[in-house]
Design a protein around this ligand. Structure first.
Ligand SMILES: [Zn+2]
Length: 396
């Protein structure tokens, strides 16, 4: 057993001993509960603890504790500990045993139900959690906030975005000011999820309605502009699509490369070559992430030829050194066309780049190959960013 675990268990043991003692004392006073064989359970628990069998010792201690207002905190702590140790079934059993106790008042019962909700969520028993969350909507503010947060987790797992937004609306009325921003970002992404779903079915007006709500929740959410660009493009409103996509520069320039292909396609669909050239030129004047620069180089290579692409690449490679650009530079070099080593190098490079993570969560460091709005590592929204833009940001 790890040292920190041992300390934790010893502390638990002391807390339990005190709780047991207070329970034992009240038992003497009230004589309400029939006398249990508490001494025996207690020494069995101690034995388990000394023999390094913490889970059995916890179980034994639980049964040695009488349930009343004085000992409730210890029971709740045990339920919590079991859940955190992955013993979700055991934790649910603890709460269920507490719930049938008629000696506890309404607030205490609500606290137990909150613990039970958390364990149901941890066990993936989302229907049961949802039912209990509904029951707790009339509880005290603190419990309400905690239970609404659990509700949010449930609806997010179930992808019930509308219900999630309803929960956020309730939470925004109750929560402290410093939690508002995080909730609004979440709501903005929930609206984006709904908008993307409507877009799938070509319900453009509904999708736009959701997007407007997403923007009202979080103006700097890049995703709103990307989705808006896609909707307008599909509706052949190319000018509007470009307008929406260009907004990303002011929202969060790290994501500009995400909009590049759609911006080019929009200009091309309108047959506005001059404006497209202007867009490319002005992009080249700005500070670029290497992924955006690479997209521009490839575009120039296809439209204006290799010489022009090479010229721009040689101008930019010293300010944007990256392995991707070096690969391009080698491929654009006439001498490498028939050079076995250069060709081999590029094959290896391409394979390497294919397997390389291109995005990273700035919150938890989780690496991803594709852009995810919800980080699978830490469950935060909008924290995954293109890696090369992170490098640029940290370098300046
Ligand atoms: Zn993360």
């Amino acid at each position: 057993m790890e040292f920190s675990n041992l300390i934790l268990l010893l502390l638990m043991f002391i807390a339990l001993a005190l709780a047991w003692y207070s329970g034992y004392k009240s038992q003497l006073k009230i004589k309400y509960f029939p006398q249990k064989n508490t001494n025996k359970d207690y020494s069995i628990g101690l034995n388990y603890l000394l023999n390094d069998e913490p889970d059995q010792s916890i179980d034994a201690f639980i049964s040695s504790l009488e349930i009343n207002s004085n000992t409730l905190e210890s029971h709740l702590a045990l339920g919590n500990l079991l859940r955190r140790r992955g013993k979700v079934d055991g934790s649910i059993a603890v709460y269920q045993k507490l719930l049938v106790n008629s000696q506890l008042n309404r607030t205490e019962l609500n606290l137990i139900k909150l613990g039970l909700v958390k364990s149901y969520v941890a066990a993936g028993l989302l229907d049961r959690a949802e039912k209990l969350i509904d029951e707790l909507k009339v509880a005290d503010t603190d419990i309400q906030i905690a239970v609404l947060n659990q509700g949010l987790t449930v609806y997010q797992l179930e992808k019930e975005w509308e219900k999630g937004i309803m929960v956020i609306t309730d939470l925004l009325k109750l929560c402290p000011l410093n939690q508002r921003e995080g909730l609004q970002i979440k709501a903005s992404h929930f609206y984006c999820e709904l908008a993307e779903k409507e877009l799938e079915f070509q319900h453009y007006n509904q999708a736009k309605d959701y997007l407007n709500k997403a923007v009202s929740m979080e103006k700097s959410n890049v995703r709103t502009s990307l989705v808006k660009g896609r909707i307008e493009f599909e509706q052949k409103n190319y000018k509007q699509a470009i307008k929406a996509l260009l907004k990303i520069s002011s929202q969060n320039a790290s994501y500009k490369a995400e909009a590049f292909d759609l911006i080019i396609a929009s200009y091309q669909a309108m047959d506005k070559q001059l404006k497209l050239n202007k867009y490319i030129e002005s992009s080249l004047q700005e500070r670029l992430s290497s992924s955006l620069l690479l997209l521009i180089i490839k575009y120039i290579k296809n439209t204006e030829g290799e010489e022009k692409a090479k010229e721009i690449l040689s101008q930019k490679i010293s300010t944007n050194p990256s392995i991707e650009l070096l690969g391009q530079a080698i491929m654009l070099n006439e001498k490498s066309k028939n050079d076995f080593i250069a060709i081999k190098f590029n094959e290896i490079l391409e394979e390497y780049l294919e397997n390389k993570s291109k995005y990273q969560c700035e919150n938890c460091g989780f690496d991803l190959k594709k852009l995810h709005w919800l980080c699978p590592g830490c469950n935060e929204w909008g924290k995954v960013k293109p890696i090369d833009s992170l490098l640029i940001e940290s370098a300046h």
